[in-house]
Design a binder for this molecule. Sequence first.
Ligand code: SAM
Length: 168
Amino acid sequence: MKVLRLGHRAGRDDRISTHVGLVARQYGAEEVVFCGQNDSGMMESLRDVDDRWGEGTDFRHSDSWRPEIREFNGFTAHLTMYGLSLDDEVDRLRSKNLDELQLVVGSEKVPREVYRHADLNLAVGHQPHSEIAALAVTLDRITGIKRGFDDAEIEVEPTDGEKRTRKP
Ligand code: SAM
């Protein structure tokens, strides 16, 4: 599964784009691609999380969303409040092979062409909210949280007391 984040603005969107990356990773994305400004610092911090907490997700920048969507060999769902309801489309999404699924999330303004080139425009409710939340809800319905991250240096030791980590 691939996640495409549109329109990243270094400085303004660091936290939101980072959280898009973290959510995508948590749900098992193989690749997260950031369009907009090339923010090597943000990318490094995501790669650092992947290195320490278990590998599996590639993070990269792309100069343009066009080839990412047009040349993707699979099914592209663009998350937008104007789309078809997730409740109605979830079975169709679940029927796809995960390797062949691309989810697109926007930022401030999404070009009209993105709506046209997507195979599906998908709404998590028809109210404006957040790309992080929309991505998390969609992935939770499709895949559920990934278990088992390979080659982790550290992992959480689950506890209802003080926070703890351990080496796997
Ligand atoms: N008004 C903007 C536009 O041009 O569509 C949306 C801005 S919103 C803060 C940023 C992103 O969050 C959107 O591009 C979309 O990917 C996601 N998003 C926001 N509300 C959503 C909803 N109800 N369903 C699905 N995705 C949503």
